[in-house]
Design a protein around this ligand. Sequence first.
Ligand code: FES
Length: 121
Amino acid sequence: MPELEVEGAGTFDVDEDRRLVLAIEEDAGVDIMHSCEGFARCSTCRVEFLEGDPEDMTQAELRMLEMRDLVGEARLSCQILVEHDMKVRVLMTVSETGANSPGGIPEEEVTPEPIYDERPY
Ligand code: FES
């Protein structure tokens, strides 16, 4: 079972292949944003990897990171499965942004249907 460390929240055992955004919200109890419900259209679920940055990246994630000039700076937690130990810093939370809600609940599976490439850095 992979370990997920969320800076400021602690370390948690997470079911393998759990969607990272859900592990952060439901397992670690951090109020991470996910305004587009996990469809790689908003970038509010962004995290910084301190350890364990996955080598692959969905095409949808890369497109969004390029649009926001975040390639190499952040990853979209809705596009990542917890396949190994990871340590992350959550960059946008409900409490810090003053948003009314985190957004709709993302599905258990990565959406849209993921097409993986190697990350470009
Ligand atoms: S990009 Fe919107 S929730 Fe991940």
